[in-house]
Design a protein around this ligand. Structure first.
Ligand SMILES: *[C@@H]1O[C@H](CO)[C@@H](O)[C@H](O)[C@H]1NC(C)=O
Ligand SMILES: *[C@@H]1O[C@H](CO)[C@@H](O)[C@H](O)[C@H]1NC(C)=O
Ligand SMILES: *[C@@H]1O[C@H](CO)[C@@H](O)[C@H](O)[C@H]1NC(C)=O
Length: 567
């Protein structure tokens, strides 16, 4: 009863404010229904839709210049990261933009809620009929035939001519979610009955432990000095990290750490984190066990993102970034082991996500992503393809660090993991920081697989870490997992330990890593064997120097310390 009254009064207030007639121009459109979805019905005109509106940032070029200045070891401004307010000043829309957009919303009787303190994202909740009228859209129910996944989207939307250059993107509109969902990048899982002594630092193909990772990369087991270094782990799609399993993991594999070591929970957008028998998510447990298990004593937060916004694949990525941007001191490292393919998201939406990563980077946060587990065939293994598929969020690959995977070869050296995704973006050109490293690789490669990938695109991964046969605990049992999902948490843990020493010495954290990493190729164990097959090819070879299987290589802790100016 109450809600009906509310709906009625909302409709009345819409009815009294008569929209002016505005001339509209198509802002984004897709030619055909993407990803096999079929339009099954118009969206009910009185149902409510939540839209996010990204307003044009005031000075995105200034933000990007500053990002590189504070992230490039050669710059005088290296490490001079921005405060929340300084970063927001670059992306806040101009007062002209705010006025024009507000005027349009007011004409339509629509009230917006800001989603960020910078005011660059607004949220509106309106009836579908209103959205169709304001945006000259046709919001419809699209159904995916094999998964039965249903989404409300439109194939085109328009904005007033006068708002071109003021509105960057409205979402969800033309970006269709992957019907299989955002997926964790765990490649395979098997049960394990390895009974070796857990703290045994000897690496063995029957199971990689934290002690083995420490010995491979020279990572100290000593507990962090400075609790200001923090680490955050993204949790999506109802993957829940279990404290009980973390405790068992520490009791088994890090007997030198207090087994009471806990992660902190942060929930967003209706996210949860139930603790109970059989609630464990393999991905979530892996991510927590190899961050806490490597970054000894570094406070680690598990960010569990729910699906309240229901706007498809991108919602979690946007929610996490906007949440961290609103913290005055966000964790200096974020690792994410979920991904998709580059083709999933519209360019306009991709660009707004990029702006958000750039902002966080300029504030001194290292953003790491698993590169994907389908070799050159994309985020998901087993997909058919004729050209190589770059993985998401290589959708904004420029300002994040992508981590590929290796496997053990013998007891103390590594070779590429065949599933390690790598390749070249079709959306973003090659950034200066990697241009010469990538050019050397292309010269070595010659014309192999020519035409199957974009030689001028941003190339991934940047680095790698061991990602095959990791021992984890899930619902009380030890299992072995493979995937670049193993590699990103390990690399993130190492960055958090370096940050700990830097902060303790009164220095800045590493922040956006790539300019620093490519300036110090000697701080890596170069992986020169193996390849990443896919799309009916052998994939790219790992070679001397950078390659699109293992990037610059796996971390050498002593080398990275030295490069970071720690002695
Ligand atoms: C940002 O955080 C502050 C304080 O925690 C909160 O009051 C504010 O509502 C947040 N802003 C947004 C846009 O969520
Ligand atoms: C445990 O491992 C041994 C070999 O290492 C194997 O023969 C045995 O079948 C395994 N047991 C279980 C329960 O998997
Ligand atoms: C290749 O990458 C460049 C640089 O990002 C881009 O401009 C171009 O459109 C891409 N080519 C194709 C075929 O996608």
């Amino acid at each position: 009863m109450v809600s009906k009254l509310l709906v009625l009064s909302a409709l009345c207030s819409l009815a009294v404010s008569k929209p002016h007639t505005r001339s509209l121009a198509v802002h984004e459109a897709v030619a055909t229904t993407p990803r096999g979805y079929v339009r099954t019905a118009p969206a009910a005109s009185d149902s409510t839709i939540k839209l996010r509106i990204a307003l044009a940032p005031k000075d995105i070029d200034g933000l990007i210049t500053t990002l590189y200045d504070v992230s490039d070891p050669k710059s005088n401004l290296y490490g001079a990261h921005l405060s929340k307010e300084e970063a927001e000043a670059f992306v806040s829309p101009t007062s002209e933009t705010v006025e024009k957009v507000n005027e349009w919303l007011k004409e339509n009787g629509v009230t917006a809620t800001p989603l960020t303190d910078a005011g660059d994202w607004l949220s509106v909740q309106i009836p579908v009929s209103k959205a169709n009228e304001m945006l000259n859209a046709d919001f419809s129910v699209f159904t995916h035939p094999t998964t039965n996944k249903q989404v409300v989207r439109t194939l085109t939307y328009s904005i007033p001519d006068t708002l071109k250059g003021h509105i960057d993107v409205i979402h969800p509109t033309v970006s269709f979610p992957n019907p299989k969902g955002r997926h964790p990048v765990v490649h395979s899982v098997s049960t394990n009955n390895d009974t070796r002594r857990a703290a045994d630092a000897t690496c063995s193909s029957s199971g990689i432990t934290p002690a083995c990772v420490q010995s491979l990369y020279g990572v100290p087991a000593t507990i962090a000095k400075n609790s200001k270094s923090q680490l955050a782990v993204s949790g999506f799609i109802e993957q829940f990290a279990q404290q009980k399993d973390l405790t068992t993991f520490l009791q088994k594999f890090r007997t030198d750490l207090p087994s009471t070591t806990a992660f902190t929970l942060q929930t967003l957008d209706g996210g949860q984190n139930p603790q109970g028998n059989n609630e464990a998510g393999v991905e979530a447990n892996l991510d927590i066990q190899y961050t806490v298990g490597i970054a000894s004593g570094i406070p680690t937060t598990f960010i569990s993102v729910g699906e309240n916004f229901q706007d498809g694949d991108l919602d979690g990525f946007l929610d996490i970034i906007n949440f961290l941007l609103n913290e005055s001191s966000p964790p200096q490292v974020l690792t994410t082991s979920y991904g998709d393919d580059e083709t999933d998201v519209s360019r306009a939406l991709t660009n707004t996500l990029c702006n958000a990563y750039a902002q966080l980077g300029a504030r001194g946060v290292s953003i790491l992503f698993a590169s994907g587990d389908g070799g050159v065939g994309g985020g998901q293994s087993g997909e058919s393809c004729t050209t190589f598929i770059p993985t998401f969020p290589n959708n904004c690959p420029l300002y994040v660090t992508n981590v590929g995977a290796t496997q053990l070869s013998g007891t103390s050296s590594e070779t590429s993991a065949g599933f390690s995704s790598g390749g070249f973006s079709n959306f973003f050109g090659i950034p200066a920081y990697q241009a010469s490293a990538v050019q050397s690789f292309l010269t070595t490669l010659g014309s192999t697989d020519s035409g199957k990938f974009n030689r001028s695109g941003r190339a991934i991964p940047d680095v790698a870490a061991i990602g095959t046969n990791l021992e984890i605990v899930v619902n009380g049992r030890t299992e072995l997992v493979d995937g670049t999902s193993c590699s990103s948490p390990i690399f993130a843990g190492i960055v958090a330990l370096l940050n700990d020493e830097l902060l303790a010495a009164g220095k800045s954290p590493l922040g956006f890593l790539n300019p620093f990493l490519y300036a110090n190729p000697g701080a890596f164990n170069d992986i020169t064997t193996g390849s990443n097959p896919g799309c009916n090819t052998n994939g790219f070879p790992a070679v001397k120097g950078w390659d699109p299987v293992t990037g610059l290589g796996t971390p050498n802790f002593a080398g990275l310390r030295k490069a970071a100016g720690l002695s």
